[in-house]
Design a protein around this ligand. Sequence first.
Ligand code: COA
Length: 694
Amino acid sequence: MTVAYSQQGAIAVLTVDNPPVNALSVAVRQGIIEAIERAVADKAVAAIVLIGKGKTFIAGADIREFGKPAQPPRLTAAIAAIEASPKPVVAAIDGVALGGGLEVALGCHFRIATPRAQVGLPEVKIGLVPGAGGVERLPRLIGLDPALKMIVSGDPVRADRAASLGIVDAVADGDLLAAAIAFAERVLKDKTPLRRLSEMPLNASADWRTLLANARSTAARQNRGQISPLRAIDCVENAITLPFDKALGETQRIIGELIPSEQSKALRYAFFAEREAAKLPDIDRSVEVKPLRLAAVIGAGTMGAGIAMCFADAGIPVQILENSAAALDQGLARIDSLYQEMVQKGRIKAEEKTKRVGLITRASGYDGIGDADIVIEAAFEDMAVKKEVFQRLDRVCKADAMLASNTSTLDVDEIARATKRPESVIGLHFFSPANVMRLLEIVRGAKTSKAVVATSQALAKRIGKVGVVCGVCHGFVANRSRGAFTREANFLVDEGALPQQVDKVFYDFGMAMGPFAVADVAGIDVGWRVRRSLDATRPNDMRYSPTADRLYELGRYGQKTQKGWYRYEPGSRTPLPDPDVETIILKSSREQGITRRAISNEEILARCLYAAINEGAKILDEGIALRASDIDVMWLYGFGFPRWRGGPMYYADSVGVARVFESVRDFQRQHGALWTPSPLLQRLAESGKSFAAP
Ligand code: COA
């Protein structure tokens, strides 16, 4: 039974039991209706409690059902049945009540939650709007402004906040079911009137038009290019101006348009891609996850400091080691000021800052980190340096410590060979700024043990990152595929485009920043060093753009020197086109013997993205990435690829692999060997298949 029925005294208990997350599949919807009918009909029942089995209430609609023909009964019918019950219905919420789950709870007359419960309407995040009365009921319950924020952001709120907003009537410590039954009994005793939200007025303040206008402009800015938050605001507007049923009808019409939309499909794909990335064919729950109680970071530069903050943010004590006391002081000062900024922005409280800063301590030399369960090396990106660090770690670290390198390019197996315990060595590649970017590329070496991989995945989750496992190659998956993208961006500039044109194409595509603005943030000097590390292996006849090297030679390192591909006003991070850069570019084109030409935006998009896709296909073929969707997840979380476009490999599928392949072949004819099509791309194109279904 997906909805179990039982009775405790005069209270009927309806338990939704649809593992893993009690999603509202057709059987659950039907089950709710039948159970409510039974309870209403049963004279021995005076009130009803609706609860979820397991750790959660209801995680929402079954996302896998979207896009398939809808099967009756609709969720709105189940919720209407609950709300219409003449007997009080109490929702007992543990875990999450999300989307349809919260809508079910809003159909109940009362709500009670555990302290750890969370409630929210995340539909906009999968390109939809709450379609079963959430948009209409929530503002009636808590007022327009807070409801609007929850509906448009999709972010859940915790129980205490839900209580202060009035979403839940009580927060119950201890046994939830017992508390819900006691609550129901009190409702009966006090004859508390039933609250049917659909029958209540929606009291919008006089300035609601301004409120919605502001919400629209914020949504357009924060979720650039994404339709669903704007459509959700349209639904809220209908909820204000139309009677409940009419507004709900309109919402259903809008959701009917959104479900088959490309954006919603891509966002749903991204949801599952992210969960898929956590699964490895040879690692299951039986693999032991090591406890991580103490961490150490080698290097207090930008990366090291950011990584230390990730641990402190998760409450894990972390030691930092640096070569010189001055460098360590500088790193610690940077950490302090980053936390201070968070306090000033109201993101954390001052006490929280003190707590986190207190978790980060100075290590007294290598001998001081012998107890660490995990060490992450974030030293200079140079193989000799890394090997020396790992040799020392091998000498001082306890036997079962995990030894990780934050290298972004170097051979993790070679680093592992510097130790006598390669099974303990792994790459944990954070993205800059490490305390902000959510991607963690987990680079599994040839000898890395399963326990170390599983522990790295668990660590990613614990520190709020999205961990994606891959194999070893230069640049691994994320930077290698991204490298092809930036390579073409640089060539395009040599051929006739300017950085601002290229960046605008990708900004308009939905990326947070274009490749040249990103290069200025990452540091032109960093890119220069990476290119030097590749010099020895680059064939002499391979095309190479020297333009970024010219910037480097002029000391234009990017934002940190206020000059890079752009110029920056003091204290500002806004990239401004720089005539000096144009001069440098024109000169570079001349020196390379290139006659500059007008470059179309379409060419920019295709050259950069298809290069990344072709490289991604090579990476897949080589078995470095497990699945195309893993590459997509990396781009979503590492490079700000617009989520509503799914990711580069998904984008290839949506354009059509055959079309991408044809273009790659055209580019090969025009530009030579760098565009050699990946055999996988060719196979998929010729067999009419896709990256999603190879
Ligand atoms: N529909 C279908 N499957 C769902 C689902 C949903 N609404 N929510 C979660 N799942 C599945 C996941 O795909 C995963 O399946 P898998 O084990 O086969 O990979 C499983 O349930 C567990 O989810 P996961 O996200 O890995 O667990 P978690 O404990 O980290 O998080 C939730 C649980 C419910 C918070 C999270 O899954 C979530 O946010 N779900 C979506 C909620 C939502 O958007 N609801 C509105 C839909 S309109």
